[in-house]
Design a protein around this ligand. Structure first.
Ligand code: XCC
Ligand code: SF4
Length: 634
């Protein structure tokens, strides 16, 4: 079943699954095909019980829903609900971290402030006085500001938007009516407006999509990341390894999966302290590895090894070597519980929102974080006891990976080249074309694209043309496994200009070789770090973010969250490539807006392209246009 160019890790794991007769997502996808054409076009509506209604925009069938709604409005309304799903996920994540931080300050939960410098940096942004005050007091003010953002009922804009986002763009958003107050009110309003018999104007609905995306970007991503940095520290550059070969046959392997480091940080903490118990059970040690975004969080801050991206989450279980897979929220396939049952693997859910039949549920609340984490690590040791002596099948495949490139870490490296004007050398190299431009390649891993190695192929083309790549999310796992997060990749794939810059930076950073050509900036929420980087470069150049020679891409779209993140880039003026097509093609109006007319509104467009080389080529051409407009050499 495996095509020739299936990435080697998947190919090895699929063979094991095949041998053990375990069905995988690829087979379920094949059984599901052909998938629903109305759904793909976005012209299927189930909003009320006169429906479901479906419109074939290309055939002779009905041209509106039973209620008379047009395909344009139907598509926009469906897209809005996807964006709400994404924003609700990120805002919920941020709020959980916020409440944990609040309780930490009152010593009600066993967490403390590890990122003092972040507290001070944010105090500046939010005009919180620092003179003669201790860090807890300053942090309390920040927490109050964030809490107020969740409660405000008036028209005042949300603080995390108005104080954290760049001012020029805010003026545009104000003019477009996109400024928001309380994210919960807005989510309610969006669900209300998109329920039966409300907003039926596609343009109005699309503005709601952009507004919801801003909520995702600022009260979701930025807030979550800012507060996580306060609680767990700002990531620093470090080295780790990626791919299934990081599992160890004779160790207690604990795979942390999900998104929220409030859980995984504690698992790691206790795993380090329970090694003796593991050794008593016959193991060499406890080996915590990371899956998906919480894996990225741990690798960014602690160099924890990266075991699998989302579409490999079931595949690493077929090794039989994962003793516990512990999950928090988002992107958890229910199938994992079924695969775990075939082995001694303890599949452990922890969040009341994520209950999965056949999973073991160990509730994790920050108040009892230590007890729960100990119980979870204990369950992993127990599972190892059961597994001990049985054969496991771990493909010995892994790559080195440099991680931890937070904005602060990047500025730290650049400061060694120019302490007074850290961004100066970057700007010079953009101007002379050594760095042709920037691409944020982010988002999920999709079995619909894995077999063609969509992401890896795109990145090769971009690097050859001197485009510096930053990455987050499951894309970072993909690129890590393929070796792109190493200095060798710089020598292997980059054009001469980019190679020269990265070699100089590698030396400045004290690395043996060049800096990698792909910078791992974290989990999906850490796309706010990408935004902060772009905002910093734009400010230094005195231009708008949308004028930068920069472009985004989600080459293997899976989650609603990727839609709302993409929307927040579009609102900033950053154009985005995406594959597969979002569910908009059934609406001529929405398609025209996103692929073209939006450039007159925010300056950005969406480009759908499922072929890697063509996608990369579009990105390079887009960057070239931006360079032209800035009068830079192309
Ligand atoms: Fe989920 Fe974040 Fe997508 Fe991976 S990249 S499939 S969202 S885990 Ni965030
Ligand atoms: Fe059909 Fe309109 Fe009801 Fe949607 S809201 S299901 S289009 S009648």
């Amino acid at each position: 079943m495996s095509a020739v160019n299936v990435p080697v890790v998947e190919s090895a794991l699929l063979q094991i699954a095949d041998k053990r007769q375990i069905k995988t997502g690829r087979e379920r996808l094949a059984e599901m095909s052909p998938q629903c054409g109305f759904g793909e076009l976005g012209t299927c509506c189930r909003t009320c019980y006169m429906g479901p209604c479906r419109i074939d925009p290309f055939g002779d069938g009905p041209k509106t829903g039973v209620c008379g709604i047009t395909p344009d409005a139907m598509v926009a309304r469906n897209l809005l609900r996807e964006t709400v799903g994404g924003a609700a996920s990120h805002v919920g994540h941020a709020r959980h971290v916020l409440l944990t931080l609040r309780d930490a300050l009152d010593k009600k939960v066993p967490y403390e402030i590890k990122g003092e410098s972040k507290v001070l940096a944010l105090a500046k942004v939010f005009d919180v006085p620092t003179e003669g005050r201790d860090v807890v007091a300053i942090c309390r003010d920040l927490v109050d500001i964030a809490l107020e953002d969740f409660g405000r009922q008036d028209e005042l804009p949300n603080n995390w938007l108005s104080k954290r986002a760049p001012k020029i763009e805010q003026q545009l958003w104000k003019d477009l009516g996109l400024m928001y107050s309380n994210p919960h009110n807005e989510i309610e309003t969006a669900m209300h407006a998109s329920s039966m018999g409300n907003d039926a104007d596609p343009m109005s609905l699309m503005m709601r999509v952009l507004k919801m995306s801003l909520i995702d970007g600022w009260t979701g991503l930025a807030l979550a990341v800012d507060l996580q940095d306060i609680l767990f520290g700002i990531p620093e550059i470090g080295e780790t390894e990626a791919a299934v070969g990081v599992l160890e046959a004779n160790s207690v392997n604990v795979a942390t999966h999900g998104h929220n480091p409030v859980l995984s940080e504690k698992i790691l903490y206790w795993a380090e302290r329970m090694n003796e118990e593991a050794i008593a059970a016959g193991a060499e040690r406890i080996n915590v590895v990371g899956v998906c975004c919480t894996g990225n969080e741990l690798s960014m801050r602690h160099g924890v090894k990266l075991a699998a991206h989302n579409s490999q989450s079931e595949l690493i279980l077929v090794t039989g070597a994962v003793d516990a897979m512990v999950v928090d929220i988002q992107c958890i396939w229910p199938q994992l519980a079924q695969v775990a049952k075939c082995f001694d693997t303890a599949f452990i859910t922890t969040d009341p929102m994520v209950r999965i039949p056949d999973a073991r549920h160990i509730p994790f609340e920050p108040q009892h974080a230590d007890e729960s984490a100990r119980e979870i690590v204990g369950a992993a040791i127990e599972a190892f006891r059961r597994r001990r002596g049985k054969p496991v099948d771990i493909p010995q495949l892994k790559s080195k990976a440099i991680v931890g490139l937070s904005l602060e870490a990047i500025v730290g490296i650049l400061s060694k080249v120019d302490p007074v004007d850290p961004l100066g050398p970057v700007i010079d190299n953009v101007a002379n074309g050594n760095i042709f431009g920037f691409a944020g390649i982010v988002g999920c891993s999709s079995i619909r694209f894995r077999d063609g190695a969509m992401t890896e192929e795109m990145v090769k083309h971009l690097l050859a043309q001197n485009v510096l790549v930053v990455t987050t999310g499951c894309t970072a796992h993909i690129l890590g496994q393929a070796g792109f997060l190493t200095g060798e990749a710089t020598n292997l794939y980059c054009g001469e200009g980019l190679k020269a810059v990265l070699s100089a930076l590698g030396e400045a950073a004290g690395l043996d070789g060049p800096l990698p050509p792909v910078w791992h900036m974290g989990a999906c929420v850490d796309n706010s770090r990408v935004v902060d980087l772009l905002v910093g470069v734009a400010a230094r150049l005195g231009v708008k973010v949308g004028q930068l020679p920069a472009v985004g891409s989600a080459p293997e779209l899976v989650q609603e969250k990727a839609i709302s993140i993409g929307g927040s880039f579009l609102a900033m003026g950053v154009s985005c490539h995406i594959a597969p097509a979002p569910r908009i093609l059934g609406s001529p109006m929405v398609t025209q807006l996103l692929t073209s007319d939006l450039s007159d509104v925010t300056g950005a467009v969406v480009r759908v392209e499922v072929q890697a080389e063509r996608a990369a080529q579009w990105m390079v051409e887009h960057i070239a246009k931006k360079r032209d407009a800035l009068g830079l050499i192309t």
